[in-house]
Design a protein around this ligand. Structure first.
Ligand code: PMV
Length: 356
C-alpha cells in the first residue's frame, strides 16, 4: 500500500468526543530491532489479549488560536512523564492527520491491569488513542471503509509504539513483510483469523509476576542496541524464518511444533539482550526456576504448556483452554511461590478493540 494513501485532507474542526477500549498483545515472534519511523527489521506475530486493556476517552475541542495542544490524564491524574512520549507521537502522525492541528485534546486513559506487570501498556494505550483519532477522521470524512479504518489505526499506532500496530485486531495479528503472507506490510499489522486453528482462538495466557518494578532498560534503548549488534543480521533472518514456520502451525494446530518456535523466540530475544553492548539481563533467578518447572511439568504430565517472555522478567504461560484447571492447579502448587507476593494474572486470546 502506498504511504500517501494514509495522508488525509484538512477539514473544518467540530467538537467530538469518543471512547475506545484496546487490548494489549503478547508477541510469539518477537520484534526487536527497527529502522527509522518504526519500520521493523523482521516481521512479528502476536496473540491479542482479552482482559488486559486500556480504555481511552478523547474530547476534541476546536481551537481558535493556532498550535495543537493536549492534556493527558492517567487514572484521573495528569502525568507529565507521559506527555513527552505523546508529543513525539503527535509530531510523527501529524502529516497523516493534518486536521489535528485545529484541535485541543483532552485524553483520559486507564488500564485494566497493574503498571509494570509484564503486559505491554504502550501497545494498548497507543492503539486506543489511534482508534479514537480514526473515529474523528471517519466522522469528518464519512467515506472511510472499515478495512481502511483498521489499517490506518494500526499505521498510526505503530508510530507510537511498534507493537501497538498489532493491537488493532484480534485474535492473532502479523506485522511486517514476509514470504508466506503477501498481504502483510511493514506499515501496519493485519489480522490472521480465517485460517486460524480453533485451539488458538481461546488460548490461555497466564502472566506470572516475578518482578513488578519498572524495566531496567526501555524497549526503545533495547531496539537501538540492535543497530551495532554482532548477531543482528542472523537474528532478523531467524525471526523471519520462524514466522514462515509458525504461520502453517497456526493453521494446523500442531502444538509440539508451536511450542518449539514460541520458546525459541522468547529465549532468542533475551539472548540478543545478553549479547548486546552494553549487555543486560532482564530475566531473574525466579524466571529460570519457572521455566524449568514448566519443562518438567510438560514432560511428566504431557500437557502442551509453554512459556514466552516479553522485555522483562515476568513469564507468560501459554496453553489450550481445555487444560485450564490442570495448569492453574500446577501454578498454584508449584509456581506461585516464585511470584512477587504470589501474584499472577489470567488472560486469554481476545477479539480486538471495541468502541465504548
Ligand atoms: O513496541 P515496542 O517498541 O515496545 O517493542 C516491543 C518489543 C517486544 O515486546 C519485546 C517484542 C514484541 O514484538 O512485542
Amino acid at each position: 500500500m502506498d504511504l500517501n494513501s494514509f495522508i488525509s485532507k484538512t477539514a473544518n474542526p467540530v467538537h467530538y468526543k469518543t471512547s475506545w477500549e484496546a487490548p494489549s498483545n503478547i508477541a510469539l515472534i518477537k520484534y526487536w530491532g527497527k529502522q527509522e519511523q518504526q519500520i521493523p527489521k523482521n516481521p512479528s506475530l502476536s496473540f491479542t489479549l482479552s482482559s488486559s486493556v486500556t480504555r481511552t476517552e478523547v474530547d476534541f475541542q476546536p481551537k481558535l488560536m493556532s498550535n495543537f495542544d493536549f492534556d493527558f490524564y492517567f487514572h484521573g491524574n495528569q502525568k507529565p512523564e507521559f506527555k513527552l512520549k505523546l508529543q513525539t507521537f503527535f509530531k510523527r502522525i501529524e502529516p497523516y492527520i493534518p486536521w489535528i492541528k485545529e484541535y485541543k485534546l483532552t485524553i483520559k486513559s486507564q488500564n485494566s491491569f497493574p503498571h509494570s506487570s509484564g503486559i505491554a501498556s504502550s501497545a494498548s494505550a497507543m492503539a486506543a488513542l489511534s482508534l479514537s483519532l480514526m473515529d474523528l477522521e471517519k466522522h469528518l470524512f464519512s467515506n472511510i471503509e472499515d478495512s481502511f479504518f483498521n489499517k490506518k489505526a494500526s499505521f498510526l499506532a505503530r508510530l507510537g509504539s511498534g507493537s501497538a500496530s498489532r493491537s488493532i485486531n484480534g485474535p492473532v495479528t502479523i506485522w511486517g513483510k514476509n514470504k508466506t503472507l503477501k498481504t502483510c506490510s511493514d506499515f501496519y499489522a493485519i489480522s490472521y483469523e480465517k485460517d486460524l486453528n480453533s485451539v488458538f482462538k481461546s488460548y490461555q495466557n497466564t502472566i506470572l509476576l516475578v518482578d513488578k518494578r519498572a524495566k531496567a532498560i526501555s524497549s526503545s534503548k533495547g531496539h537501538n542496541l540492535m543497530y551495532d549488534h554482532p548477531f543482528a543480521k542472523t537474528r532478523f533472518l531467524q525471526a523471519t524464518d520462524n514466522l514462515d514456520t509458525l504461520i502453517p502451525i497456526m493453521k494446523s494446530g500442531d502444538l509440539d511444533a508451536f511450542i518449539k518456535i514460541v520458546e525459541l523466540e522468547a529465549l532468542s530475544l533475551h539472548a540478543m539482550m545478553m549479547t548486546s553492548s552494553p549487555y543486560f539481563i532482564l530475566m531473574k533467578p525466579n524466571t529460570l526456576e519457572i521455566i524449568h518447572k514448566i519443562w518438567d511439568f510438560r514432560t511428566i504430565q504431557k500437557i502442551p504448556v509453554c512459556f514466552t517472555l516479553d522485555a522483562g522478567a515476568n513469564v507468560h504461560i501459554l496453553y489450550p483452554s481445555v487444560y485450564k484447571r490442570e495448569v492453574i492447579q500446577f501454578i498454584d502448587q508449584e509456581l506461585k511461590s516464585f511470584c512477587k507476593d504470589g501474584k499472577y494474572l489470567l488472560d486469554q486470546v481476545g477479539q480486538g478493540p471495541k468502541k465504548l
